[in-house]
Structures are given as structure tokens and as C-alpha cells.
Design a protein around this ligand. Structure first.
Ligand SMILES: O=P(O)(O)OC[C@H]1O[C@H](OP(=O)(O)OP(=O)(O)O)[C@H](O)[C@@H]1O
Ligand SMILES: NC(=O)CC[C@H](N)C(=O)O
Ligand SMILES: [Mg+2]
Length: 504
């Protein structure tokens, strides 16, 4: 996942985009970038690092104009360590285009070859997002004649893009001299919403990955962009919208609700906070059937993301909820850091135990999810070192058993602690006295019950069902091999990966 923001305003947008990106920092810590447009010229600054480090005053001053977009990156394709893959990306024709992408294309390699052989376009990085931009550029070129560009031309191009690209994508792009384009894949896997605000100069239209970026910059959330829909905002701030995909179905990524999104965001009509409370509620039933509540003295969340679920769980079981770990607020999210070495070190830097909360007690630790097991292993040991008698661990999400191909960095099965292991085997690896997981159906019900318009979820990392219908073990192996940094997490081994039969 990454965070994306786009704005069409009557006043300078550099600070507004910066503020929006800061509110989406939890979606990507690796690189950040902003492009603005003044007249027909784009001004861009992007680099590796967090928003606050990437943009100095001099960089902000060099971003003039009333239209712009930005991105915070969390790499899921190409090369995590390359500055060249920071977004936005730029191509000069047609018109001049810049683009930011949240998601992951599953056919990027084929498209790259096709772009070169058929469309004669050169891609200069390993990023799937640069591929996406070039497909958009090619489709735009096909639909336009001369220098004029109508919303109908733009929508025709997006229809062409939907036909060629596969995977997940929430996109915001600028077409120089014409306006801002935003669109979402036909399943709405990654989130994207639109809203408006007003300043002294007039109306501002803003699109963003999460509603918190709108609210936090004093904009009003109007709606989510529908799966397959494209929205074109011209330079006067007039919003044109059209459905551009042949078949659509809203099946957002369930991991957004479990971990990725901020709890104060509302995605596709669902409050992320409420989703996490509901997960705590269903988890309570699973806890009762595994550990008698009278054997638990205290419930302790593993900060940050598990807090709502843990508090609801404690409330329902009638067990005290205590803060046993203090988070160093200056350390970022560990799961989205690239590289296992840095993730492991960061858990200890990030969380520290308050010994008196553990000493002589049976504690139930609660996390939102257990992925590589890095956090759980360290935390369980810290609880023991702090004097806990028994350390139980509950996860508000089910075991993460399958790689994710839609924009979450869990590409290789063998890095997942739950891959090819029973719950008892996972418990032994983590070293806790009991391990309680949410079940897949319970998770889907807990979150799905909050919306009438959702047709299901992409829950592939939990159930192995890839909703785009084109993912096989071979595709996963191929995508892994294309990741420049995949060797970081060990050799890619899919020999023991079995996906459920979609017919069943
Ligand atoms: O099993 P693992 O591979 O360790 O991954 C899972 C952990 O990573 C995340 O925390 P993170 O520190 O990224 O963010 P948070 O502060 O929002 O909880 C998540 O909330 C779990 O605690
Ligand atoms: N997590 C994301 O959305 C990443 C976007 C793109 N696939 C990249 O790696 O840069
Ligand atoms: Mg966490």
C-alpha cells in the first residue's frame, strides 16, 4: 500500500498536498514525492524517506501552482532501495503526464515487454507504476486527436487501461494543461475517495487514499470512487465521472481494515475503528473457547493497531485492559519497513514493557495480525522477561498463510510464520503458552456486516482466494522473481504453496 493525494484548487496546493501526505504517512515510509503544475509546467520533488525528511522549505518553495498530486511509497514491486522508483512518475507525451499509484499490477512484466515491442515505449525502472503510466499514456494518445482533450477522451483511455492492466490500482494523475484524473480498479481493492473544501480563493477538489487525509486538511468527504470508475476534475474544478470498467464488484482488501488504514478513516462506508472493535468482539468468542477467562489476569494490546480490538475484547470478557507496552512515537511502523533485519531491531526500539504490568500475572497479549511473527516473538519474550507467569497471544486476524500480490509486502510464502504450519507449530515458534486466532469467516462477517454495498473482500493472504481470478502458484513465483529485493527475505520457495481450488 501507498498513500496518494491529488488536488485541484484555486490557491497554491504545495502545503495542502504535504499535509495530506503527512496524514497518510502510515501507508508508506520509504519515499515521498509531490508534483505541482503551474501553466503547462510540472514541478516535482521526490526522494527516499519520510515526508518530513524529504521536503525542506526550499523544496516546498519550488512547488508552485494550484494543481498537484503526491505519494508516500511502501514498495511492493521493483526495487525498494532505488530512489528512481519513488513516485510520482512522469512522461512527456501526450500532453505531459504525471502519475501516482497505490497497488500492484500482476501483469507488469508482460506489459513491459508489450509496451516495448508494440507501443515502442521504454520503461526505465523496475516499477509497475511506471508501466501503468505508460499504458495510460499510450491509451490517451490513441483516443485524442490534436491538442484538445475532452472528459470523454479521458474516459475512453481509462477503459483501454482497464482492459490491459491486471491487479490492484488506485491512481491519481495530472494531464498537463487539462486537469486531474483519478481511477480505481474494477474490484476497488485499494481505497480512493473524493471530497471538497473551500478557501478564500474558492473551491478545492481533493482525492485521497483515506478519508483522514480529507478530514485532517479540513475537506469534506463526498464519496468513495467506485470500483472501475474514473473521475476527471478539470482546471476549473468541475468534476466529471464515469464508470469505465465492463464488470465491477466491490471487494476491497480486508487487510486495510485489519491493519493498513488509520482507525479514524472511513473506507467504502466502513469505519475502520468500528471494524476493529467488531474483530475484538468475534475474537472474544474464540478466546473463551481456548483459555478460561478466569485464567487471564490482564489484557494488553501490542500497540498501535491492535488497540481497538483489544479494548473491545477486554470489555466483553470483563478483564482489565492495561497498557503494558509503551511505544516510542518516533519509530515508524515496523511491518512496512523493508528488510527483516531492520524490522526485528525496530520492534525492540519501538516497544518497551512496563514490568509492573506483567510481574506474576497471566497476560493475554492482543495483536491485530501476525505476519512474519517478528513482533510476536519479541513481544512474548519481553513479557516473560518482565516477569509474566503465563503469556497468551490472540490475533484479531486469522493466520496469514498466503502471499499477497495486490500491494501488501508479503510476497514470499516462506517468510510467513503461518505458512505450512499448524497453529500449534506457530505457537511453538512464537513461544507463547496459548495462541488464539480469529477465523476467516468470523473476520469477514465482523467487517462485512458494516456495509451493504460490499460484495465480499480480497482476503487472499488469509484464504488463498485471489479475486482477480488470474493468480496461480506460477504467477506468484514469477512476480517474486521480478522483485529486485526479494532475496532479502530468503530464497523464494513456492514448492509447498497450494492454493484452494476456486471451484470448491
Ligand atoms: O508479524 P509481524 O511480521 O511482526 O507483523 C505484524 C505486526 O506488524 C504490525 O505492526 P506495526 O509496527 O507495523 O504497526 P502498528 O504500530 O500500527 O501496530 C502489526 O500491527 C503487527 O503488530
Ligand atoms: N504499496 C504500493 O501501493 C506500491 C505501489 C507500487 N507497486 C510500488 O511498488 O511502488
Ligand atoms: Mg502492530
Amino acid at each position: 500500500m501507498c498513500g496518494i493525494v491529488g488536488v485541484v484548487s484555486k490557491a497554491p496546493v504545495n502545503q495542502l498536498i504535504y499535509d495530506g501526505l503527512l496524514l497518510l504517512q502510515h501507508r508508506g515510509q520509504d519515499a515521498a514525492g509531490i508534483v505541482t503544475q503551474q501553466g503547462h509546467k510540472f514541478y516535482m520533488h521526490k526522494a527516499k524517506g519520510m515526508v518530513k525528511d524529504v521536503f525542506r522549505t526550499r523544496n516546498m518553495r519550488a512547488l508552485p501552482g494550484n494543481v498537484g498530486l503526491g505519494q508516500v511509497r511502501y514498495p511492493t514491486a521493483g526495487n525498494a532501495y532505488s530512489e528512481d522508483e519513488a513516485q510520482p512518475f512522469y512522461v512527456n507525451a501526450p500532453f505531459g503526464l504525471v502519475l501516482s499509484h497505490n497497488g500492484n499490477l500482476t501483469n507488469a512484466a508482460e506489459l513491459k515487454t508489450e509496451l516495448f515491442n508494440t507501443d515502442h515505449r521504454h520503461i526505465n525502472t523496475e516499477s509497475d507504476s511506471e508501466v501503468l503510466l505508460n499504458v495510460l499514456a499510450h491509451e490517451l494518445e490513441k483516443t485524442t486527436r490534436g491538442l484538445s482533450l475532452t472528459p470523454a477522451d479521458v474516459f475512453a483511455a481509462v477503459r483501454g487501461v482497464h482492459k490491459r492492466i491486471k491487479g490492484s490500482y488506485a491512481v491519481v494523475a495530472l494531464i498537463a494543461g487539462h486537469g486531474m484524473l483519478a481511477f480505481r480498479d474494477p474490484f476497488g481493492i485499494r481505497p480512493l475517495c473524493i471530497g471538497h473544501g473551500e478557501n478564500e480563493a474558492g473551491l478545492t477538489v481533493m482525492v485521497a487514499s483515506e478519508s483522514v487525509a480529507l478530514e485532517g486538511t479540513l475537506h469534506q468527504l463526498d464519496r468513495d470512487i467506485e470500483p472501475g470508475e474514473a473521475v476527471f476534475v478539470d482546471l476549473n474544478g468541475v468534476v466529471h465521472a464515469q464508470q469505465c470498467a465492463e464488470k465491477t464488484e466491490l471487494k476491497p482488501c480486508i487487510f486495510e481494515f485489519v491493519y493498513l488504514a488509520r482507525p479514524d478513516s472511513v473506507l467504502d462506508g466502513i469505519s475502520v475503528y468500528q471494524a476493529r472493535l467488531n474483530l475484538g468482539e468475534t475474537l472474544a468468542k474464540r478466546v473463551i473457547s481456548t483459555v478460561p477467562p478466569n485464567e487471564i489476569d490482564v489484557i494488553i494490546p501490542i500497540p498501535e493497531s491492535s488497540r481497538p480490538s483489544a479494548s473491545q475484547l477486554a470489555h466483553l470478557l470483563g478483564i482489565p485492559y492495561r497498557e503494558g507496552f509503551v511505544k516510542n512515537r518516533y519509530v515508524g511502523r515496523t511491518f512496512i519497513m523493508p528488510g527483516q533485519g531492520v524490522r526485528k531491531k525496530s520492534v525492540r526500539q519501538k516497544l518497551n514493557a512496563i514490568a509492573s504490568e506483567f510481574k506474576g500475572r497471566n497476560v493475554l497479549l492482543v495483536d491485530d495480525s501476525i505476519v512474519r511473527g517478528t513482533t510476536s516473538r519479541e513481544i512474548v519474550q519481553m513479557a516473560r522477561d518482565a516477569g509474566a507467569k503465563k503469556v497468551y497471544l490472540a490475533s484479531a486476524a486469522p493466520p496469514v498463510r498466503f502471499p499477497n500480490v495486490y500491494g501488501i509486502d508479503m510476497p514470499t510464502p516462506n517468510e510467513l510464520v503461518a505458512h505450512d504450519r499448524t497453529v500449534e507449530e506457530i505457537r511453538q515458534v512464537i513461544g507463547c503458552d496459548a495462541l488464539i486466532y480469529q477465523d476467516v469467516e468470523g473476520m469477514k462477517r465482523a467487517i462485512g456486516s458494516l456495509s451493504k454495498k460490499i460484495n465480499g473482500f480480497d482476503a487472499s493472504c488469509f484464504d488463498g482466494v485471489y479475486i482477480t481470478g488470474d493468480i496461480t502458484v506460477e504467477t506468484i513465483a514469477k512476480m517474486n522473481a521480478q522483485r529486485v529485493d526479494s532475496s532479502e527475505d530468503g530464497d523464494v520457495d513456492v514448492s509447498r504453496l497450494a492454493l484452494p481450488n476456486p471451484q470448491e
